[in-house]
Design a protein around this ligand. Sequence first.
Ligand code: PBG
Length: 332
Amino acid sequence: MEERNFYSNQRRIRANRHIRELAAPVRLHHHDFIQPLFIDEALTQRQPIASLNEINSDTIASALEQVENDLQKDISKFLLFPVPAHKAENIFDFSFFKKVIETIKEKFGNDVWLAADVCFCAYTSHGHCGILNKQGNKLLNHETVTLLADYSLQLAQSGIDCIAPSDVMDGRIAAIRNKLNENGFDDVSIMSYSAKFQSNFYGPFRDACHSSPAAGQKLKDRKTYQLSFANPNDAISTALRDANEGADIIMIKPSIIYSDIIYRLKQLIQQPVAAYHVSGEYQSIELLAKQGLLTRSNGHIEIWTALKRSGADIIISYAARHVKEWIEKIEY
Ligand code: PBG
């Protein structure tokens, strides 16, 4: 009898489903999720993306169907990625993306919330996220930011709800905010890819968007603009700077491998924090599931819960459209 006192009593709150539900403070809700969509100008019909399980590259027509299906699953927030058919050095044609936004908004109006990934890596012939200098060894900050602000204004004129700059140039949040405000688009929000790391986990995405830095050039990778994964201080400074420049939502990307940054930022800023579970992170779960090594839905739910636990308010996931269905069935 006395011996029982040697045991702690923590297992009581794990004893059955009911008490586990009552005891757990972390919850997922489909309202917190954003679904990425790829829309490819060169396609005449929807095409599966081989490296991203279950995800397609859409035409404008198939994107409309996709949005309709997603709305039925109570997913109404989208992050749009345009894949333009033509690449150039520094003069880009934004008309395709504008048409995408106008067409979706025309059909669904305010039933949907559209964020635009704003970057030039899918537009440039060299695959970098901005304008290269003549020597080809550096991205020009001012020229890139000026063009990003013009681009953002055009997207705002087309009806976008949120601008999500992913280029990681300096000062682009202030430049975009000013440009939008000067033209009467005070209501268009900005979700900054603030802590965007130079990551090995973007591979499947770059396949989908044809946006890898081209081989054989002086500037081989994105290390001079995306953040070093060994420098958390830079991530915090950059995010605080973006918040000060007027970013409404601060994003951390990739997500699960940077949950330390999510946790720290959540303590420091009042803006909502978004975690982007990127293509390589997503696909690693998909591949484990394909091999029968985990259950797909449970794998994603565990990751999403970890992101929430770390402090993410918003989750961007390629499996967002399954959230409602999966979490209804979850047993904690
Ligand atoms: C564009 C951009 C990238 C991603 C989102 N926007 C790729 C990159 O920076 O090379 C990655 C998203 C993902 O991997 O899911 N700059």
